[in-house]
Design a protein around this ligand. Structure first.
Ligand SMILES: Cc1cc2nc3c(=O)[nH]c(=O)nc-3n(C[C@H](O)[C@H](O)[C@H](O)COP(=O)(O)OP(=O)(O)OC[C@H]3O[C@@H](n4cnc5c(N)ncnc54)[C@H](O)[C@@H]3O)c2cc1C
Ligand code: SF4
Length: 519
């Protein structure tokens, strides 16, 4: 054998760079279902099914194209259990002259494969991932010499370089950013009839994977009863089309809004399809821009959506690869609290959190604002160890791959990188959640109270966070107003807040013990 082409679970494109020059007479593809990928963090059932089902469907594509494939199923006798161990076994059996792969999405996996190649004295050809607008090298060039890495400047460069939403050298509509138009909450009447998300009933392949995962990872979090994610390219394209036609026009306006029992709203739900490479971001951005150019969707919505993909998605990947591996260890705020156990069950009386956690466990999905301003915000203000927060986010979402999950969690949400990604910690009282949703109306807590029995834990922890980090935050001019408000609190009030915060940390507030016991 000449080349063994390593295909990981998030590299499911037959046109990926790893297949350039593929010769079916000389080369073969290699895929394996490694239990370690579901256990190194406590991966939810839906995340594991997403990857395994999409991999098995992709294997069918390769076989239909006549490409030789060595595929080891999770339940195959003798499955070595990890990517590295399986690769090692198969190298001895297949004796390739070279290993080829597209850059993986995970630093840990890259090191493991490099080590196997080295141990066997085999050349390893690692090729650029074409499923991004910019290369890791281009981001590094952008980052060189900059003290801070703000997304906005990178995004503008990307718009120009790739000629997205541009009129010659100027941004379409005369401005780069329509964020101020994109922050609405739903009125009292709620979101009304939101177009349903694209759903795909599990076919025979997915059903087999569901049974396997339910048996093999029975104790893992989440449920599979309503698994309906796109697992093939054809399904992913259907999802894209449905989004552009039905939800993109209102995407921007309600991007930050939340509503009970409405996880999907006007979001695209395309992150997993993008991250597994069932879709290319270029076609997604092009479809959105075409909707604007043809008058189907307003500019503010289209720009807001394009910014997420051409801006944020590319930017976090750049941060990941320029800052790893020490990025993983960062803990700028020295947070040491354990993640509350009810994050894995949803058993809390805080109903904004309960809804976000239950949707997460039921579907492997929560929208961005739930991840950032509900679950992430709570963990940040509680002071949870960033590594534990990271392990949770990497485990529970169907779209979770480390290059995108880690900077979002550790940097944007937890401020554990000390300001690489954000210029200040994103902190807020329960009043933010009250403004963006109707959750507080039905909650036993009151977002206006910071101490006492009915105080909203978000509000208590907000003030507690400011007190705990006052000295460090005082050096940040963007925190001046918040610290000024803190200075207005009396000593007695501060003491009452500290006592309530301690009770929250001891697990005496917020947990729904009855539900948690049965979960
Ligand atoms: C703590 C935390 C953890 C996150 N973990 C992940 C993760 O593991 N995987 C993941 O894909 N996204 C992650 N995100 C980013 C974002 O929340 C999800 O991409 C988004 O919610 C997916 O839903 P959607 O496809 O409906 O997105 P939409 O709201 O429809 O946005 C469109 C697309 O833009 C991209 N996008 C939007 N925001 C971001 C962002 N901040 N970073 C990168 N891409 C973005 C995604 O590809 C998404 O599909 C995380 C965000 C936070 C705050
Ligand atoms: S009162 Fe606090 S805990 Fe309850 S829903 Fe509002 S923000 Fe969430």
């Amino acid at each position: 054998m000449r080349d063994l082409i390593i295909v990981l679970g998030d590299q499911l494109d037959p046109d990926a760079a790893a297949f350039d020059g593929f010769d079916a007479d000389l080369d073969a593809a290699w895929m394996t279902e490694a239990a370690e990928e579901s256990t190194h963090v406590w991966s939810s059932k839906s995340r594991t099914v997403m990857f395994l089902s999409a991999m098995r469907h992709f294997a069918q594509v390769l076989r239909a194209q006549g490409r030789p494939l060595h595929y080891t199923r999770l339940d195959a006798p003798g499955n070595a259990g990890s990517l590295a161990a399986q690769l090692q076994m198969d190298i001895l059996r297949l004796k390739p002259a070279r290993l080829v792969m597209t850059t993986p999405g995970d630093w840990r996996v890259l090191q493991a494969i490099k080590a196997v190649a080295q141990a066997n004295g085999l050349p390893l050809d690692i090729r650029e991932d074409r499923h991004f607008f910019s290369s890791i090298g281009e981001f590094a060039a952008h980052a060189k010499g900059r003290k801070s890495l703000r997304m906005e400047y990178f995004y503008r460069e990307q718009r120009k370089r790739h000629e997205v939403l541009m009129d010659r050298d100027e941004p379409v509509g005369g401005q780069w950013n329509f964020d101020v138009e994109n922050r609405e909450a739903f009125g009292a009447a709620g979101p009304g009839a939101v177009p349903g998300r694209a759903v795909f009933s599990p076919d025979a392949v997915t059903r087999e994977v569901i049974a396997l995962v339910d048996a093999r990872f029975a104790q893992h979090p989440g449920s599979l009863e309503r698994f309906a994610w796109p697992v093939t390219r054809a399904q992913a394209l259907q999802s894209l089309q449905a989004f552009v036609q039905e939800r993109l026009p209102l995407f921007g306006r309600y991007q930050d809004a939340m509503w009970p029992d409405e996880p999907w709203l006007y979001h695209s739900h395309l992150s997993a399809a993008l991250n597994l490479k069932l879709l290319n971001p270029r076609e997604v951005v092009a479809a959105a821009e075409a909707a604007y150019r043809s008058g189907q969707a307003p500019l503010a919505s289209v720009e807001g959506f394009v910014r997420q993909i051409l801006g944020w998605r590319e930017y976090v990947r750049g941060v990941y690869w320029t800052k790893m591996p020490d990025y993983l260890e960062r803990n700028a705020l020295e947070a040491q609290q354990d993640l509350p156990a009810w994050f894995w069950t949803g058993a809390t009386e805080m109903i904004c959190l309960r809804d976000a956690l239950r949707q997460t466990l039921e579907h492997g999905y929560a929208n961005h604002i739930q991840r950032l301003m509900v679950t992430g915000l709570y963990a940040l203000m509680l002071g949870v160890q960033p590594r534990q927060v990271h392990a949770w986010y990497l485990a529970v979402y169907v779209d979770a791959v480390e290059w995108v999950e880690l900077p979002n969690t550790l940097g944007m949400s937890q401020y554990a990188d000390g300001g690489v990604m954000g210029s200040k910690p994103y902190i807020a009282t329960g009043k933010y959640i009250q403004r963006m949703s109707p959750y507080c109306k039905g909650c036993r807590y009151d977002p206006a109270q910071s101490s006492g029995e009915v105080a909203c834990p978000f509000t208590t922890l907000y003030w507690d966070f400011l007190m705990r980090h006052e000295a460090a935050l005082a050096r940040n001019p963007r925190m001046a107003l918040q610290l000024k408000n803190l200075a207005r609190l009396t000593d007695a009030k501060k003491q009452a807040i500290l006592e309530r915060a301690s009770a929250i940390r001891r697990g005496e507030v917020g947990v729904d013990a009855e539900v948690h016991r049965h979960a």
